[in-house]
Design a protein around this ligand. Structure first.
Ligand code: MRU
Length: 379
């Protein structure tokens, strides 16, 4: 996959060109914060690989990338060399199905992946009479629409989430009047097409506080083992001038005990019908701690992250990742020889530990199956 590096940060993802010859550019998140490298995906295999090795990651960004990956998959199948698409609509549909099947196997937990693939396929099966070239243009239009909607969802989530936060935080042991917000992993602009989900809330809280002459301090769990918090979240927050403190995941209890944190806000990869929410490993213990210290625990996620087909979080498939991520530090083995690894990429926070779910539609306080169902009605 071709790479280019630059000093200024390009967007998380960007489609360049038309439906027949365009490419998907991705900011390679495995290289941040040290290097700003853009990957150019020309095939759905390129997109598959980028999702799999976390060059692009975060539930909504995975969904948007997969939608563009379908366009590349059809291009590659029906126009492997420059020129018009070969074959008729049957060949187009077969190429689309094969590409969707391939991309669906990239990562199992974030439901936005499956949601975006299904949405693109539905859009095309609703127009069976389109000729292949028009069908490909329609596919690209659907992917662009998913991207644009995601951007708008992030902005709405930011506003709804910030509305939940106290305007004047109760004094803690930190500097008086400073609103402390703790997050885990990266649910920011790097994980979405917009400003993020949890981070959109933090950005909006910071914007409002600054306007009112008050201060916000964000706390980013480093997020072992791949350090999305230290590498990506702290990068996003500091670039935008938001005061940021990084902590080891295991320091969260002692931080919460100081009273400096007024709310915990994270994203999600899949929310079940009863409000149980899968997110990056380490989110569940944070919810337990927040409960222990009486700090509100919010999960911010677009409705595309909800999976109404799963009654509870017990049914959410959890990705198990390579042992080397836990046993090594980079290429250096740090665990004792012979030790094995437990490396689930996500855990499930039960709904009864979630103070509220925040979506682009508003807020679901104390989520239950009935409340989630009512919130999603018509979505
Ligand atoms: O393994 P990752 O980095 O893809 O995990 C990402 C997360 O857990 C995010 O918190 C989640 O996708 C929310 S993104 C807005």
């Amino acid at each position: 996959m071709p790479e280019t590096s630059s000093r200024t940060a390009p967007p998380t993802l960007r489609w360049v060109g038309d439906a027949l010859t365009g490419t998907l550019e991705l900011l390679d998140q495995t290289r941040l914060p040290g290097e700003v490298v853009t990957l150019t995906c020309r095939t759905d295999d390129d997109v598959f690989g980028a999702i799999r090795r976390l060059s692009v990651r975060g539930a909504p960004a995975i969904g948007v990338s997969a939608a563009y990956g379908l366009v590349l998959g059809v291009q590659q199948a029906l126009a492997p060399a420059p020129g018009p698409l070969s074959g008729g609509r049957a060949e187009f549909d077969a190429a689309l199905a094969a590409s969707a099947e391939k991309l669906a196997a990239s990562r199992p937990t974030a439901v936005n992946l499956f949601w975006a693939l299904a949405r693109c396929r539905r859009a095309l099966s609703a127009e069976p009479d389109l000729a292949p070239a028009d069908a490909l243009a329609r596919l690209l239009a659907e992917a662009r629409e998913i991207e644009a909607e995601d951007r708008a969802m992030c902005a709405a989530i930011g506003r709804h989430g910030a509305d939940l936060l106290p305007e004047f935080p109760p004094p803690g042991d930190g500097p008086d009047g400073e609103l402390g917000l703790l997050t885990h992993c990266n649910a920011g602009g790097l994980a979405t097409a917009g400003d993020g989900t949890a981070l959109a809330v933090l950005f909006e809280a910071h914007r409002r506080a600054t306007e009112a002459g008050r201060r916000v301090r964000t706390y980013a769990d480093e997020t072992r083992p791949l350090l999305q918090g230290a590498r990506l979240t702290a990068w996003e927050l500091t670039r935008r001038g938001v005061p940021t403190t990084v902590l080891c995941d295991s320091a969260a209890a002692s931080l919460l005990a100081t009273g400096r944190v007024h709310a915990v806000v994270t994203g999600a990869d899949r929310v079940a019908a009863n409000g149980d929410a899968a997110n990056k490993i380490g989110t569940f213990p944070l919810a337990v701690l927040a409960h222990r210290f009486n700090v509100p625990f919010y999960i911010a996620a677009p409705t595309s992250t909800f999976d109404r087909d799963l009654a509870s979080g017990d049914e959410i498939p959890i990705e198990q990742r390579d042992a080397a991520e836990v046993l090594n530090y980079g290429d250096l083995r740090t665990a004792a020889d012979g030790a094995e690894a437990y490396n689930p990429a996500f855990d499930v926070t039960p709904a009864n530990l979630i103070t509220a779910l925040v979506t682009e539609r508003g807020v679901i306080p104390s989520p239950t199956t009935a409340a989630v169902g009512a919130h999603l009605a018509g979505a």
